[in-house]
Design a binder for this molecule. Structure first.
Ligand SMILES: C[S@@+](CC[C@H](N)C(=O)[O-])C[C@H]1O[C@@H](n2cnc3c(N)ncnc32)[C@H](O)[C@@H]1O
Length: 185
């Protein structure tokens, strides 16, 4: 069974249901067991492929702006289970795992050349990392792109949303943990 570790999965379903990806890619930064990615793939339409970005490997890193580095339980065994659980999506060419950090992903030529129409930001929760990711994807976003951010109380979401205003994104709805922004050119 694919489990999530957060709240507002009902909102993620609502925000993805019938959402037209216009043939572009969707992405989730921070996949864990895969519930966020599964909800996205099950509900969007006209999606080229969904890319999950996650290094796993039980990395020790600083999770929050004012905290120490520590190791969570994001192991390679979790990755292997995720790959098995999403086998059907992989075989149909609907899902691929970029088994790397957000930074490595953003430096990769193939990913740099792509256009994205839906992104779920749920990897690192340091404000500087979320802003870096948001600006990178905003520069590669299609018209009407949707961005969803998780755990918005744990970093300066106000600053992330402020930066995204300059790329045409507006806040559309906020839940307990998640927030939806949409690009309206
Ligand atoms: C909160 S969990 C993701 C939960 C998942 N989105 C869900 O809905 O169930 C955070 C994930 O971010 C991953 N992560 C940690 N550092 C990362 C980085 N630098 N780039 C991408 N993912 C990272 C962790 O390995 C972990 O699987």
């Amino acid at each position: 069974m694919i489990r999530g570790d957060s709240k507002d999965y009902d909102l993620l379903e609502k925000w993805t249901k019938g959402f037209d990806c216009q043939g572009y890619k969707t992405c989730e930064i921070g996949v864990r067991e895969g519930l966020g990615s599964k909800i996205i793939m099950d509900n969007v339409v006209n999606n080229y492929i969904h890319i999950g970005v996650d290094p796993y490997g039980n990395l020790k890193y600083q999770h929050y702006d004012n905290g120490q580095a520590y190791t969570a339980d994001y192991t390679d065994e979790m990755r292997d289970t995720l790959l098995k659980d999403l086998m059907d999506y992989r075989e149909k060419g609907r899902f691929t795992l970029a088994n790397m950090t957000d930074t490595e992903f953003m430096m990769h030529h193939d990913h740099q050349r792509s256009t994205y129409s839906f992104v779920h930001f749920d990897g690192p929760h340091m404000t500087k990392d979320v802003i870096t990711e948001a600006v990178w994807f905003a520069n590669r976003s299609a018209a009407n792109t949707r961005f969803v951010f998780d755990d918005i109380e744990t970093y300066r979401m106000d600053l992330v949303a402020f930066n995204l205003e300059f790329f045409g994104f507006k806040t559309m709805e906020t839940g307990k943990n998640k927030m939806l922004l949409e690009k309206n050119d």
